[in-house]
Design a protein around this ligand. Structure first.
Ligand code: GLN
Length: 199
């Protein structure tokens, strides 16, 4: 079974590992380069993207991770993790840098403030069965996708209807929402199958 790392600097590390293990992966928390080098895929949990960025630099993981993504390591980013994967971020601090790799423009805090956090049902391409119940916590959305990335889920109703909240690009997967807190492992299953296929 593939070994999938969960970046263990901030966020729901334990919940992500449990969901991945229930989906047939072995898991490890990643805080060091040696751990990063051992994994077949990596999850970037949600949290605060500017804080995770700082911690990546403090732990000397920023450049190794950027290179691993460029070299094709499958990576799933949730919420702040989506921001870190995006080639371009808007609505953040003007100098916010990202690891990049995902050919999208992401808007930080796009749905509003913390109090505007919400849950909704989504159809996600590649996920079978009933809609995915998704939790958005001060979430970003994907403002636009470039030619290499594909939208796989959009908000169905309300003022944000049509906004892109999940994307794929080869071995990269990103969601605006937090699948680790709703007890539905199908997004993690999708990522495990991406890691198994190697793209
Ligand atoms: N608002 C956070 C950011 O901009 C992301 C929130 C989350 O990951 N739940 O980084």
């Amino acid at each position: 079974n593939p070994l999938i790392g969960v970046l263990a600097l901030q966020g729901d590390v334990r919940e992500h590992r449990a969901a991945l293990e229930s989906s047939g992966a072995r898991t490890v928390g990643v805080r060091r380069v040696a751990e990063l080098e051992a994994v077949d895929g990596l999850v970037l949990p949600g949290g605060e993207s500017t804080t995770i960025d700082k911690l990546l630099r403090i732990f000397d993981l920023y450049e190794p991770l950027q290179k691993a993504i460029a070299d094709g390591l499958p990576v799933y980013g949730s919420c702040a993790g989506m921001i870190l994967l995006a080639d371009t971020v808007v609505g953040g601090t003007s100098d916010q840098q990202t690891l990049g790799g995902l050919d999208v423009v992401v808007r930080r805090n796009a749905f509003g403030r913390q109090v505007d956090s919400f849950e909704t049902d989504l159809d996600v391409e590649g996920v079978e069965g009933p809609p995915v119940h998704a939790a958005f916590i001060r979430a970003p959305w994907v403002e636009s996708t470039g030619p290499r990335a594909s939208a796989i889920a959009t908000i169905r109703t309300g003022p944000a209807a049509g906004r892109i909240v999940a994307v794929r690009q080869g071995g990269l997967l990103a969601t605006s929402f937090h699948p680790e807190i709703t007890g539905d492992a199908r997004i993690h299953q999708l990522f495990v199958s991406i890691v198994r296929k190697g793209y």
